[in-house]
Design a protein around this ligand. Structure first.
Ligand code: NAP
Length: 268
């Protein structure tokens, strides 16, 4: 087994990484390999795991992730730093059983018909920083609406608790292979009209955004791409998935409850 550890540099994380390395030293049958790992152990927050995902996205079909959180329970991080021995034992004792989450494929097509592909774990947004973004939105190549506003955000089910949620989007269980599109500050009056509510499309459907702007910003998991002369952006569910080791996996709605609601003393 080839293992690598991806981590941020905060002091709590570095202590957990040192502890993890000590626990791994007691085991045999693995090597550290940061170039072609089978297992990526991410120590930090969701942001740390997102960075690790992008580092290894070209090898995504042969990699499993394990997330250790060093702050609050994250959406991609199951294990707490205090559970390192248990996590390492489970890693070496069990046959890997994984859970798979859908990813978002982003295809940017330029005026010159060049195609650039990106993969998102959380979401991709199309935005205009100043002035109103005007864009036509197509679902399965049929015109759905003429959008005017700050932008549009298309998210995966696991990304639905990130930026999407702040935009008023629904939280979607990650076993559902569905994409969600949420509006960012749309203009709605008697002249301009878009749906004004988030939509969730079926697994075999796709969304095309045709911005009526020479320049705009596209984000992929928070990373900014300045786009010039784009014809359209096509969003669909990727045929690739991200895999996490199933052991120790926290129930999705428990994560949602823990992240957004907190202690609830009311009797059941
Ligand atoms: P970042 O500083 O790395 O992350 C911003 C916050 O979003 C952090 O607290 C992060 O958790 C949390 N987060 C990331 N993915 C999440 C998910 N799937 N569900 C719930 N919370 C999540 O910001 P960034 O580098 O600009 O962007 C990374 C991601 O953060 C984006 O893909 C976006 O979804 C999210 N984000 C959200 C907002 C917003 O809600 N207004 C703004 C910016 C970014 P950790 O602390 O555990 O890393």
């Amino acid at each position: 087994m080839r293992i690598t550890i991806a981590h941020n540099n905060n002091s709590e994380t570095l202590k957990v990484v040192a502890h993890l390395k000590q626990a791994l030293e007691k085991k045999t049958g693995y090597v550290f390999d940061a170039k072609y790992p089978d297992v990526v152990i991410s120590v930090g927050g969701d942001g740390t795991l997102i960075n690790a995902f992008h580092r290894y996205e070209n090898q995504i079909s042969s990699i499993r992730f394990i997330g250790i959180h060093t702050g609050h329970l994250g959406f991609y991080t199951d294990w707490h730093g205090a559970e390192i021995e248990k996590m390492v034992d489970a890693l070496f004792l069990r046959e890997p059983e994984t859970v798979k989450y859908p990813l978002l494929e982003v295809e940017l097509i330029t005026e010159a018909n060049e195609r650039k592909r990106y993969l998102a774990l959380n979401e991709s947004a199309v935005k205009q920083i100043s002035h109103t973004l005007e864009a036509n939105v197509y679902i399965d190549d049929q015109l759905f609406e003429n959008f005017r506003g700050d932008g549009l955000c298309v998210s995966t089910p696991t990304g639905s608790t990130g930026y999407n949620k702040s935009l008023g989007g629904a939280v979607i269980h990650p076993q559902l292979k569905a994409l969600q599109m949420a509006e960012i500050a749309s203009i709605n009056n008697r002249v301009f009209r878009s749906l004004s509510s988030p939509i969730v499309i079926a697994p075999d459907q796709w969304i095309t955004i045709v911005p009526k702007a020479d320049k705009f910003v596209m984000t992929v998991d928070g990373n900014q791409i300045n786009v010039c002369n784009a014809k359209k952006i096509i969003y669909r569910i990727s045929n690739k998935v991200i895999r996490f080791d199933r052991f120790g996996h926290t129930h999705f709605w428990s994560r949602v409850q823990s992240a957004f609601i907190g202690d609830n003393d009311a009797p059941v």
